[in-house]
Write a protein that binds this ligand. Structure first.
Ligand SMILES: Nc1ncnc2c1ncn2[C@@H]1O[C@H](COP(=O)(O)OP(=O)(O)OP(=O)(O)O)[C@@H](O)[C@H]1O
Length: 260
């Protein structure tokens, strides 16, 4: 791909103060509008990669370039975590308004945009509800609405659907692709699920642990929109098999007691 990357990590190393080598020589690019997943065993540094790209942490050496590191463009990056992290005392509307409120946009001025994004995630009827009144899937929808409300260029997602039941997760996967395509954003998605990674992504980077590094890349050249029919296709099964083998190899790299 010859587009200028939106995100670029070049030979990034991350060593935590206690001495743990969390990332070793990680290089990756993400183009504008691209959907890439990071897949790998626990502790291989997936969240650390997202945190470096969000500007929440710094590399020990190597180069990181991403929109959030350019000061004024911080709002162009949104982060969604496994926990929906909604404010329990605030309505769905007010939770989604928050990022705009932090940019000094009044409730009234934000209303149209907040309602538009709530409609997009299927929560139009729930703007007055409080988080405790919502199901797990609806809380995650509200969390994603809050991420999308500023129209970010880059969406970082750290196992957002891991705590949801399978059917809810599949529905959110399908809807996420719809939101991704409509908003033309780039997405970097962390997951432990081969099936989810293949369904969503254009590319999957497989990481190994101790130290965390990228050990394989699998391209998924299947057209979008990807529907329920894709999930049951022979092509999907073949790519899941290829990625499972790559993940097994990544686990095999993870020798117990390896020096960190
Ligand atoms: N602030 C920190 N200080 C010291 N070590 C840390 C810190 N943050 C993460 N680590 C360690 O760095 C390694 C990578 O952590 P990270 O959370 O990025 O992995 P991960 O692949 O996202 O794991 P999981 O899939 O379990 O969420 C782990 O061994 C973790 O314990």
């Amino acid at each position: 791909m010859n587009k200028t990357p939106l995100v670029s990590l070049q030979q990034v190393h991350k060593r935590f103060p206690g001495g743990l080598q969390a990332l070793q020589d990680v290089s990756l690019d993400l183009s504008p509008g691209e959907f890439v997943s990071l897949l790998g065993p626990s502790g291989c540094g997936k969240s650390t990669v997202l945190r470096l790209i969000a500007g929440l942490d710094q590399a020990s050496s190597g180069q990181v370039d991403a929109p959030a590191l350019h000061g004024t463009a911080a709002a162009e990056t949104a982060f969604v975590f496994q926990e929906p992290t909604l404010m329990p005392w605030a309505s769905v509307f007010d939770n989604v308004w928050l990022p705009l409120r932090l940019q000094s946009v009044s409730r009234q001025a934000a209303a149209e945009r907040v309602r538009q994004v709530l409609a997009r995630v299927g929560l139009a009827e729930f703007e007055r509800a409080f988080p405790a009144e919502l199901s797990g899937g609806m809380k995650m929808r509200a969390s994603i609405a809050r991420a999308l409300v500023t129209s970010p260029q880059l969406l970082l997602m750290d196992e957002p659907f891991a705590a949801l039941d399978e059917i809810t997760r599949q529905k959110l996967n399908t809807d996420l692709l719809d939101w991704w395509q409509r908003q033309r954003l780039a997405a970097l998605f962390v997951t432990h699920s081969v099936f989810e990674a293949v369904f969503l992504s254009q590319r999957v980077l497989v990481m190994a642990a101790r130290p965390g590094r990228v050990v394989a890349e699998v391209r998924i050249d299947e057209p979008y929109p990807r529907t329920a029919a894709f999930r049951t296709s022979a092509g999907y099964a073949a790519i899941c098999r290829e990625l499972t083998l790559a993940l097994e190899a990544a686990h095999a790299f993870d020798a117990p007691g390896a020096v960190s």
